[in-house]
Write a protein that binds this ligand. Sequence first.
Ligand SMILES: Cc1cc2nc3c(=O)[nH]c(=O)nc-3n(C[C@H](O)[C@H](O)[C@H](O)COP(=O)(O)OP(=O)(O)OC[C@H]3O[C@@H](n4cnc5c(N)ncnc54)[C@H](O)[C@@H]3O)c2cc1C
Length: 435
Amino acid sequence: MRAAVIGGGITGLSVARELLARGHEVTLFERDARAGGLAGSFRVGDVWVERFYHHIFKTDGAVLDWIGDLGLAGRLVWRPSPVGFFHGGGVHRFGTPLDLLRFRPLRPMERVRMGLAILRLQRMEDWSALDRVTCGEWFSRHVGANAYRVVWEPLLRLKFGGSYDRIPAAWIWGRIHPRARSRSRGGMREELGYLDGGFERMIERLKEEIVARGGVLREGVPVTGVIAEGGAVRGVLAGGTEAAFDAAVCTVPIPEFLKIAPPLPGADRARLEGIDYQAVVCLVMECRESISPVYWLNVSDPRITFGGLIEHTNFIPPERYGGRRIVYLFNYVDADDPLWRMDADSYFRAHEASLRLVNPAFRREWVERTHLFRARHGTVVYTLGYRDRMPPFETAVRGLSLVNTSQIYPYDRNMNNCAALGRRFVEERMGEGRR
Ligand SMILES: Cc1cc2nc3c(=O)[nH]c(=O)nc-3n(C[C@H](O)[C@H](O)[C@H](O)COP(=O)(O)OP(=O)(O)OC[C@H]3O[C@@H](n4cnc5c(N)ncnc54)[C@H](O)[C@@H]3O)c2cc1C
């Protein structure tokens, strides 16, 4: 089979890898100059740094398989990852059960109930009932309305904006349940994984492997249309010319898919159009000094204008980056949010006062360089009852498939689940026959 894989993010790389392993002819089209998508990187000095902060968990089997297969296991590091919550003018640790017991923004009984609720989600195997109840309802029932308001509501608002109160509790299950085994020391401490030199190394190796197995990698070449004839894929339009293919596997976000797909039945199109995405804006700051005491700082304080602050060099030491501190500030936004259109300088200024709230010593002079990255389709907004609306791989056009993060629910949309999704798609369509 001659397959066009459209989109060179983690999902597209995974699909291409799996198809090649079964002996198919593959051409991978990536619109940007470099494949990688949301997991792509840029250079700080001579080191790759992700445009959007990235780490992996010990339970991320599919990505760990890749790292092993690609000969990168020696570069994998596991490190403790201190997490905090900014609330009421201070940073409160929030990464371990002990932190939770000491978490002053909640009353003692609420802390205990929160711990029990998290334990319950970790142990629950069947999540289907959680698809029909919102996070707000579930947590208010199990932890109380105040604890929901302090901890979960800000996190949901941060990620899903105005849709925060329509998100199913299954989404939180999908984040908590699989991570239970990512902890060490009897569950006391979570260690996160990173590839020394950046995840770009994994992407580079994947690309090399695709080419070595006879795949064609076309970076910087957007697909502008999938052409169908007699109800089946005939080829794709890319770089102004048509190339013949028997199958087109689209791993791009749904709105991009709808732009290039051949005509689809109205009901199928409407179903896909009903799935929304939140945009994400992320400022990477190269700093002289450390701003935050933790790696991952959540925010539950209405005075703070950014959604979260991630100090990557509280996870991977600054020496790796020539002594620079790498700090991410980010907001998930609606596309009409003024933050979405800002340049790096305006975005920094919009958050400068908040940085000083987190660290009163913070000075603008600490920031030596900034880099702003945006993604219009940062995350799918899963709403109540999403399970039944989740799109299938196959479409009404023979040979045209959709494989993307809209099909990962209730699990977190992360590199591992995208790698696993690509593998599952090919296994379901082509069977096990890997060479
Ligand atoms: C802020 C943020 C933080 C994250 N943190 C983590 C983390 O810590 N750990 C983790 O594992 N994951 C993390 N992720 C998630 C992870 O990056 C994504 O799940 C994954 O990269 C998505 O891959 P994808 O291939 O499905 O989609 P995408 O990365 O969106 O790839 C789609 C690709 O298609 C291309 N494309 C679009 N249209 C066309 C076209 N017409 N023709 C050709 N190409 C086209 C795009 O350029 C893009 O490269 C994070 C994501 C974000 C946004």
